[in-house]
Design a protein around this ligand. Structure first.
Ligand code: CMC
Length: 428
């Protein structure tokens, strides 16, 4: 017999169905709660609330497990191919060779921006935050691709996804070039996804940037590890916006804004600032840990802690190993990596972090790897966004394809004044 949860309020007893996911996660279904009981549930940061059923990503936060479409994240680390993972996240299975070729071709033929979009960059002040540019320009794509304001069917979704996933790196690279007052590099159709992005970022007139296989693999890996992470803040934003039947461009642009926050994707920038501050001698690793534990200080140990993981974030583990590997391959050293290791060691032996189960998250080592690739700090969160875009699209598609999907409209517990009269100005 199907399991039920029992809720007793006063002398009333209500039975609530219990749902079970494919990995045994159980959830009390309260969809009829208000109609049947008049009651709401209160869960302000949604820490205990499943807002959807999803078949894209599985996380076991206690065990430190992350899987995309059932495949453990570690299996994507040995031969990383971001485009393959992107397609798989969106369409639910690994692509066959011809499907991957078709999608890669679609990316290539959509890599240019309409010249009108390019002109908009000219009117931005130098030093404009690249995340602001990214969000605004993704939203602007709706003006240039009106066919995709209403997406019906897999083919149309694939076309729209290819436009977004391809153009996002052109927009990102243009925003970087604009900030430095450098000419834009048009995408090169002969290059693969990551190499093309690095070319647009770093080639200069008469001097083509040549990517090494180590660097190309490292960037592929960074993008893949950020690919999806179930109902995180930016993805939930994409879903909330999409739930109103807003278009894919608008939903992804909104997700970029959420990602920008320092508690979410912006944490990779905060980690780098923290490591640099320690390196310059402004703060010792011990002081940094002390400040992070001080409840009167808003500072946090950035790159540590997670709403879902109560164990080592598997992405941080892969990135830490990748840092060691890439620095050896490139025959380089970075003092910030040593500082990060020291901070990790101090935190993981400190009762404050042990008791609260705070471990390194994806943002702790990603910046060091991006720095080794040559990416400047203010582009870190943009790189997170490029990686996460397939995840937002996959989640938007899943919601869009679900005939039972409804507009997201949470309730509240009102705590304001009871009914009161309007006072004319002279009586206030
Ligand atoms: N440094 C110091 N204390 C921390 C930290 C930290 N990084 N993270 C959590 N805590 C403490 C927090 O003060 C609280 O202590 P107490 O129980 O005494 O009040 C306890 O640990 C639980 O934290 P919380 O804020 O209730 O946890 P949350 O699930 O609401 O927040 C988080 C999760 C990721 C926002 C938080 O851990 C954090 O602010 N970390 C630093 C920012 C960061 O690295 N963000 C990236 C997250 S992973 C990638 C992504 O999503 O983009």
């Amino acid at each position: 017999m199907a399991e039920k949860a029992v809720l007793t309020v006063g002398d009333q007893r209500y039975e609530l169905p219990v749902l079970e996911g494919t990995e045994g996660e159980r959830a009390i279904d309260i969809t009829r709660l208000r109609d049947d009981t008049g009651l709401l549930t209160y869960d302000p940061a949604l820490g205990n609330t499943a807002v959807c059923k999803s078949a894209i990503t599985f996380i076991d936060g206690d065990k430190g497990i992350l899987r995309y479409r059932g495949i453990p994240i570690e299996q994507f680390a040995s031969r990383p191919n971001f485009v393959e993972v992107a397609w798989m996240l969106i369409f639910g299975r690994l692509p066959r060779q011809e499907e991957l070729n078709r999608f890669s071709d679609l990316l290539t033929c959509n890599e240019l921006l309409h010249e009108g979009v390019g002109y908009q960059f000219q009117h931005l002040p130098p030093g404009a935050p690249p995340m602001a540019i990214l969000s605004a320009t993704l939203s602007n794509l709706a003006c240039y691709h009106p066919t995709f304001l209403a997406i019906e069917g897999e083919e149309s979704l694939e076309e729209a996804a290819a436009r977004l996933i391809s153009k996002v790196r052109t927009i990102a690279a243009f925003s970087y070039r604009r900030a430095l007052g450098l000419p834009f590099n048009y995408p090169d159709p002969r290059l693969r996804y990551c190499a093309n992005f690095l070319h647009m970022m770093f080639s200069i007139p008469y001097q083509q940037y040549i990517v090494t296989p180590e660097v190309e693999d490292a960037l592929n890996l960074v993008f893949i590890l950020h690919g999806d992470h179930e109902q995180n803040c930016s993805t939930s934003t994409a879903r909330v916006v999409g739930s109103a039947k807003a278009n894919l461009f608008a939903s992804c642009a909104a997700a970029v804004c959420a990602l920008w926050g320092p508690l979410h994707g912006g944490a990779n920038v905060e980690v780098m600032e923290m490591l640099k501050r320690i390196h310059k001698g402004g703060l010792s690793p011990e002081d940094c840990i002390r400040e992070a534990k001080d409840k009167t200080n808003p500072f946090r140990l950035y790159g540590f802690g997670h709403r879902v993981y109560r164990n080592y974030d598997p992405r941080a583990k892969i990135l830490h190993e990748a840092c060691d590997r890439v620095f050896t391959q490139l025959k380089r050293k970075d003092p910030l990596l040593d500082i990060a290791r020291k901070l990790e060691e101090l935190a993981l032996s400190d009762p404050y972090f042990i008791d609260r189960k705070l471990y390194p998250n994806v943002d702790f080592y990603s910046g060091i790897l991006l720095r080794a690739i040559g990416i400047p700090t203010d582009m870190f969160t943009v790189c997170f966004a490029i990686g996460r875009l397939p995840g937002w699209i996959a989640q938007w598609k899943e919601q869009h394809d679900d005939p039972t999907s409804k507009i997201c409209r949470p309730r509240q517990v009102y705590t304001g004044p009871n009914e009161t009269d309007y006072l004319p100005m002279e009586k206030r």
